[in-house]
Design a protein around this ligand. Structure first.
Ligand code: PLP
Length: 372
């Protein structure tokens, strides 16, 4: 782990190192982690509501700001209600066990995030794993799962290692045909995908067909911490009664609630920030492709520069840092063997110059190591 000695943002100072490192590896897609209004809202919430609740929600840990944030999240996603967790990892850990019984079935994309996999492990439903975004395989598994009482299809909306987007239209059609519910994890979509930044379901026109959305407050929505489930009110009521990470873990601290609440206000006022991020993503993807690199995914600010070889990815990432560009190489077992990559993440607060410097550094380093 590299130690950062400054705020999170496009330009960092690393502990013991130089300043002015350009950061391309945070999930700070909208640059709200250090937004002045977000910080001010956190300070105000801290002053007014204190450092923390020293309690779980249902004993004496619910303040007006928690209820207001839940209402705001539901309004943002155009759902009936929402429930807060300490993280999206907890939201994913809590939902499957609370909802599904041994009579039910859950169908999960093989590349779903670890927290979905763990959440599914905790439940006693029948488990089906379908090939990544493979609708033929999902249909076959849905047919097989007809014998169960209830079926739930679970998928990431956008996949964090590849920057690819789940085919939600097709998933929802299959769900309708085989009488299944759809759950999506929107951690890498909330706040910036779709015309109003509502997420993958908005992007693909299926907001009324996806039943359950889980997402994080720890990425685009201010980056502090926290997660949530939003969906039908009876489902949220059930989670308040049964979801173990909600029942047995401390309430979100007021400062964290203040950050997320302000981030949502900013995004509901205007989607200019999301549009600026999309333009920068487009700039990076097209310049890198023109330089001869293969970038996985499409139109997503997660831009995996595909290199294949694990050592190459690691050596190139190190050399990028020597040139002041902070990126991370990923290799097996985080991604499949032979598919090592450097993952670049674009933020609305990168300048065009930052993007161009990153492309230039990649071109130099790529030539030096024979990747181009
Ligand atoms: N789901 C996905 C797809 C993620 O990428 C992450 C975080 O890395 C999580 C869930 C967990 O979110 P949180 O950091 O809020 O626990």
């Amino acid at each position: 782990e590299r130690v950062i000695a400054s705020r999170q943002g496009p330009h960092l100072r690393l502990a013991g190192g130089g300043a002015g490192i350009i950061n391309f590896c945070a999930n700070n897609y909208l640059g709200l982690s250090s937004h002045p209004e977000v910080i001010r809202a956190a300070v105000e919430a801290l002053e007014k509501f204190g450092a923390g609740l020293s309690s779980v929600r249902f004993i004496c840990g619910t303040q007006s700001i928690h209820k207001d944030l839940e209402e705001k999240i539901a309004r943002f996603h155009q759902r009936e209600d929402a429930i807060l967790y300490a993280s999206c990892f907890d939201a994913n850990a809590g939902i499957f066990e609370a909802l599904l019984t041994p009579e039910d079935a859950v169908l999960s994309d093989e590349l779903n995030h670890a927290s979905i996999i763990d959440g599914i492990r905790l439940c006693k439903a029948n488990k089906y794993r379908y090939k990544h975004m493979d609708m033929q395989d999902l249909e076959a598994k849905l047919k097989e799962a007809q014998k169960h009482r209830l079926r739930l299809v679970a998928t990431d909306g956008a996949f964090s290692m590849d920057g690819d987007i789940a085919p939600l239209r097709e998933i929802c059609q299959l769900a309708q045909k085989y009488d299944a519910l759809v759950f999506i994890d929107e951690c890498h979509a909330t706040g910036f995908l779709g015309p109003n930044g509502r997420g993958t379901d908005e992007l693909l026109g299926v907001m009324d067909k996806v039943t359950i959305v889980n997402s994080t407050l720890g990425k685009a929505l201010g980056g502090a911490a926290g997660g949530y489930t939003t969906g039908p009110k009876p489902l949220i009521d059930l989670l308040r009664q049964r979801s173990r990470p909600y029942l047995f873990s401390n309430s979100l601290p007021p400062a964290v609630v203040g950050c997320a609440s302000k981030a949502l206000d900013l995004l509901m006022e205007s989607n200019a920030i999301a549009q600026s991020m999309a333009a920068k993503t487009q700039r990076f993807r097209s310049k890198m492709t023109a330089a001869g690199f293969t970038i996985s995914g499409k139109d997503h600010p997660i831009c995996p520069v595909m290199l294949g070889d694990a050592r190459l990815a690691s050596v190139m990432a190190e050399d990028m840092l020597n040139r002041g560009i902070y990126v991370i190489g990923f290799s097996y077992p985080v991604v499949p063997k032979g598919k090592a990559r450097i993952r670049v993440q674009i933020s609305a607060v990168h300048s065009d110059e930052d993007i161009d410097r990153c492309v230039e550094a990649f071109t130099e380093v790529g030539r030096k190591h024979g990747a181009l």
